[in-house]
Unconditional design. Sequence first.
Length: 668
Amino acid sequence: MVKKILAIIMALSLLVVPYTVFADTSSEHTHDFSGNAISFGLDVDGISVQFTETSCIESSCTYVKYDADFLVFHFSYVSDTHLSPDEVSKKFWEWRLKQLGKDSSLDKMDTTNAGTNIPAAGGRNPKGYSVDGKAYVDSNGKSLLWAEPFGLTGSFGLSTEGSFSKDAPGYLHAGASGSGASFPSLSDDVSSANRAAPVYYFTAPVSGLYYIGVDGSPYDLGSFNSFYNNTWNRTDYEFTYTDTFHRSISLNKGESAYLTFNYNVTYCSGNAYKYFLNNIPIFIEPFGDSGVTNQNNITINNNTWNGNIYVDNSNNLTYIYPQYTTVNEKNETVTNISNTPIIYNNETYQYYTYDQTTKNYYYITYPNQPTPPPTATPSPSPAPTETPSPSPSPAPVEPILPANRFRIIPNMTGNNFTDSHGTWSAFGSSEYSSLYTYFRAFTVDSSYWWTSSQSKKSGSYDREMPCWLAIEIPDPENYYIDGYVLKGAGSGIYFDDWQFQYSDDSSTWTDLDSVSDGGLKDQKEHDFNVAVHKAHKYYRWYFTKAPVSWPGLGTANLYGYNSKDVVTPTPSPSPAPDPGKPGGSSGSSWWDKLLSKIGDAIIDGLLGAVSAVLKLIFKLFSTILSWIIWAVSRVFDLLPFLPPGLGGLLVGGVVVCFVIGIIKFIRG
């Protein structure tokens, strides 16, 4: 018995050992896919996707890794065996459905001409992107611009690289890239003739602090090639910073500045040269509310996105740096965040992104996605037709306002102040000085106020009168207005009489309110109400009288509501005119209506009676005629020897005679 048991154990061991010896040892080591890669292309969604295939360099390992870049995502899949292109395509498609959704489709964006998202005719980059898919909000939520190169300068006095200036720094040679361009020198200053410093020029889109530093490191500006010793010698423009605000400048919206990088270049003087400069990021710390908010996830048109998501309320764009998954060398699912965004345009209801491989922009569309609003075209003039009667006008209704109104003008820190709504602009007839300028009336700081310039009266401190102060609203469509508030600047510094006015073009003004002795002498805020209305672009206070020689305004603001919180009821149509009266009069009395109904009833009764009599007469005549025809027929039954045709002839004659008799009876 023991021998039998040992024989069974040995047999089983012989079955197990081969599998142990030849078992895959891949789980016992970390795969190394650093060997030579094989490339092949597959068409996915009309995009040529380039795949790389690398095998684990361990000779006994059968694992293979497949990689590809697709839109903003990176695909990575590890297989325990070699896959055919069709099998790779299937795995990729399953992964693609998880990233974008099973019902999504892609369409290449036409950037040859102006489109829905293209900012200008001939432009290449849709709204939210700079050159080559570079976004204006990065993956960390920082606002930035991509400055374009201006050219080179050889006269650069500062010894530190990266310097801002509102004036051109030295002798500039314009042109973003020079191919074989030859100058005797890049400078009019011999001491700095060996400098070829890159220069960038930009205009501030918002008021704020503009800076370069660690957020953009390493800065790859491009390259400079100087021809000497019978060859081209290349110098790369590269800078790396360890501090965030390496160089900065404060700019108001619309102001321009240069940025120059100090760089020594060997033998640039007197030699032919060529160069190419890249666009570079300049970061922005906006003054006030930047309008960019951060969200971890967002749902748009039933599509839920996770990742680094930023909503820029100033331009209605949502930057989505999506979260996606890949498989690592250990066949584990790994979560990543894209370095390139998908942008959702809330005005055109469109998703679009940039593909780094094909260098093209693509729309991403989904079923039931809202259709972009069509471009307005003038309607053709209708053909002349008969003018119909006018429809009754709806009865006017008042909008239903929320419980609380608020002051819509923000706390301004300059005559042009930018927040998430846009740029608010304060202006007027004149100002006394930069300290007593227009925005002082729209700030909570009571140290200064607005007052107009000195009048032309010689030796007098009187202010200009009349004078006016105005505000420009960047987004009037988002407000309803129903009042304003004013406060004098201090004891004896106030206005007495004024008109409160609005305008849509800042030239033609219409009165909304007229005030005499407004009571501002008590140095308190006073509220004034006007009829509620959809906001206009411009408002102003036109002052015509002041009881003191130096009047001023310490506080001014508008009261209003957000349009989205205001309910406008559907107007009820006026009663339709009564068509029974000539001219559509609706003034018929109850007596007229009663007589009309009685008359209708009488006419209906008479017509019914006449109809009944006629039916009775017709029935009587029909009965008599039928009886006569029957009687004649019976005579022929008693006399069968008469010819057959004679019977029909006699019946017809009898009918004719009967009809003639009736006609004679009626005629009398």
